[in-house]
Design a protein around this ligand. Sequence first.
Ligand code: CP
Length: 354
Amino acid sequence: MPDYERAAADRPLASVRRQGRFHPSRFCSKRPPVIAAGSRETLHQPPRHLLAMEGMHPPQIAALLDLAESYALLNRSGKTKRDLLRGQTLINLFFEDSTRTRTSFELAGKRLGADVINMSVSTSSVNKGETLLDTASTLNAMNCDLLVVRHDQSGAPALLAQKVDAAVINAGDGTHEHPTQALLDALTIRRHRGRLEGLVVAICGDVLHSRVARSNIHLLTTMNSRVRVVGPPTLIPSSIAALGVEIFHDMRAGLAGADVVMMLRLQRERMVGGLVPSAREYFRFFGLDAAKLANAKPDALVMHPGPMNRGVEIDSAVADDPQRSVIREQVEMGVAVRMAVLDTLSRGHGRNEP
Ligand code: CP
């Protein structure tokens, strides 16, 4: 159980009950409450939060992707101003750095007509010792409708979801999950391949520290893709096999016949001790270059969630190859996916036509 969930489990429930949105099953569940966790309760009730891909069902994922596809088309047509979220307030609460996720949630919220506030934690009262829960309580008093949270502690968004009235969206928590990243990755793949089922997806690199990998594994295996994880033994936890993936420690074997090659950032800031000898040696064995990519299918897609370490996990020539790389399209799809998520959560029920 993530640290914050454990802490939450020991706290009195009165404040949550007072808010009138208390579900015993949500509080007692070992899984965080998600947009639709697959329980009877969440399948047939309006989704409240998006905290994880784990537990989501294929139709729920497909519905979000369909809606996101509609928004992608709308965004490309230039008709992006809508008033679906007029009068609603979205707060971006980022305790960790972000370029793509924060900006795309801001764009998504504004394109749907919401009032968007970017809370800068570096200049907030968190620096004066305010706790996460006190910050949440303060935001709650301001009647925020949608709270987008990034935090370095796994489980922090799940804890906030129990404490605030707003719909909470996990924008990346520690090494746990980054659900909207997995959704935008899936949308990008589906746009190019027309499906997710049966595709061989190789997720390569620092799987150990990657919330992106975990969310992608949950989504892709749920949608019946065949997922491989590829990397040095120090960066691939053996327990990951329990999620239904194949493990490879050699790029040639791991990429053989792959439809999609998804590279991960080497997360040095999360590493304790020397898990890789040097960036140079890492690139030699596990960095994606044209020679290693030649083992995948000739039309294999190259993906990276960003930010990229060029020359460490990916060669610039591959990252910038318009014939193979869909990295820029991933960023574009990020806005569409986040519009679909905000739309779905704000309405509190299933699919809406944009
Ligand atoms: N992929 C991703 O989460 O990027 P940011 O850290 O820039 O948001």
